[in-house]
Design a protein around this ligand. Structure first.
Ligand SMILES: *[C@@H]1O[C@H](CO)[C@@H](O)[C@H](O)[C@H]1NC(C)=O
Ligand SMILES: *[C@@H]1O[C@H](CO)[C@@H](O)[C@H](O)[C@H]1NC(C)=O
Length: 367
């Protein structure tokens, strides 16, 4: 398959329009007005383009994404070397499995960063997850490698040392760590102790963090998505979890509908009989794309020839680091496993503007 044919050139970006700004109290923030704020922050950020180019940030992004794709293609190839080679015919058919050209075409378009309204946290955020890159825990599904680059919306600088907290449902639409109506089988209390497809990664000096996960399945009322919370100034505990700090960004990330269709046709996604909600029908997708410059959809490329070999997706997220949100949660991962907690008001995340914490009380279809 031609690499170009599987590339979605949609401009990607996701950013906060949180209303915080140094010196502004809550009332002033409200007075400033959402539209006015968006316009100002977007202008600031557009002015950053030249600076990012000059600083080499864009060039490094291109090189890094190439290296990531190369790494996972090499792994795929060695997997073929060790297992597939044994049971496949070596009759040469003229089809070269390596797809190693034109990556610069894919990644050179990576400098665009678009502002995005703050997404909601949903009811299934679990506090206390582990810092780890591979969150698959043997969940069946299409492997994905996700890269996000976090940039400070006002300085254009990468946000180093932040922690990206991610979670998504498994291939049949169930979240780990949660026992609740609207999340698989409520009689399966063992799910409380599971942490699959949840994890936290620190951003490097380019503001970049990477996860190995699987492509999410779907459940009733929501389009296929990933949840994102960004932690600033958090402290790492000796057991590999985080405490303290602030949350300047909460959001959700999506995939192209055409790719979702391809993945959903594969097993075990295809065993899910729940009706699929499309991006076009999704309330959060609509909210996050209200602004014409917002595009919370991963750019992606196939790692191999076929979707089952995996997908590499990347996104740039511009964050207002002065914003403070309080991600609500009803479950926590602790040294004794998962626990339901009565209220997340004791999260100690400080006095957030709160608008990003919506969803904790949401009914079916809000997660
Ligand atoms: C998804 O997770 C639920 C809860 O752990 C589990 O029952 C289900 O089998 C998982 N789906 C797949 C395809 O493994
Ligand atoms: C990690 O340590 C903290 C602080 O002692 C504790 O509250 C938490 O339950 C621990 N988490 C895990 C997964 O061990």
């Amino acid at each position: 398959m031609q690499l170009q044919s599987i590339i979605v050139m949609a401009t990607v970006g996701l950013a906060t329009v949180a209303l915080a700004h140094p010196g502004h109290n809550e009332a002033e923030r409200r007075d400033l007005g959402v539209q006015q704020f968006k316009a100002r922050v977007r202008r600031d950020f557009e002015n950053c383009a030249a600076k990012r180019e000059a600083s080499g940030l864009n060039a490094r992004a291109e090189a890094r994404r190439k290296a990531t794709l190369d790494k996972y293609r090499r792994q795929l190839k060695s997997k073929r070397d060790t297992t597939t080679v044994l049971d496949t015919s070596h009759l040469y058919t003229g089809t070269d499995v390596t797809v190693d050209s034109d990556e610069s075409v894919v990644f050179s378009d990576s400098g665009t960063c678009v502002l995005n309204p703050e997404g909601e946290v949903g009811p299934f955020y679990v506090k206390g997850e582990l810092i780890r890159e591979d969150v698959r825990d043997d969940e069946e599904g299409v492997p994905i490698v996700l890269e996000a680059q976090f940039l400070d919306v006002s300085t254009c600088e990468p946000i180093e040392g932040a922690y990206w907290d991610i979670w998504n449902c498994n291939s049949t639409g169930v979240y780990s760590g949660v026992v609740s109506s609207g999340n698989g089988n409520t009689a399966d209390t063992g799910n409380l102790d599971k942490i699959f497809l949840r994890g936290i990664q620190e951003t490097d000096s380019d503001g970049v963090a990477t996860f190995e996960s699987i492509f999410p399945g779907h459940y009733s009322g929501r389009a296929t998505h990933h949840h994102v919370v960004l932690h600033l100034d958090a402290t790492v505990l000796s057991n590999g979890t985080l405490t303290g700090g602030t949350v300047p960004h909460i959001g959700q990330l999506f995939w192209d509908q055409s790719l979702i269709s391809i993945v959903e046709a594969t097993s075990p996604y295809s065993t899910n009989t729940i009706e699929l909600t499309t991006n076009a029908e999704d309330r959060v997708f609509a909210a996050e794309t209200e602004d014409s410059t917002s595009d919370p959809v991963f750019e992606y490329v196939y790692i191999g020839d076929d979707v089952s070999d995996g997908i590499f997706g990347w996104v740039t997220i511009a964050v207002d680091t002065t914003a403070e949100y309080t991600p609500t949660y009803s479950f926590e991962y602790t040294s004794s496993g998962g626990e339901a907690v009565s209220s997340s008001s004791s999260s100690g995340s400080g006095s957030g503007s709160g608008s990003g914490g919506a969803g904790g009380s949401g009914g079916p279809g809000s997660h």
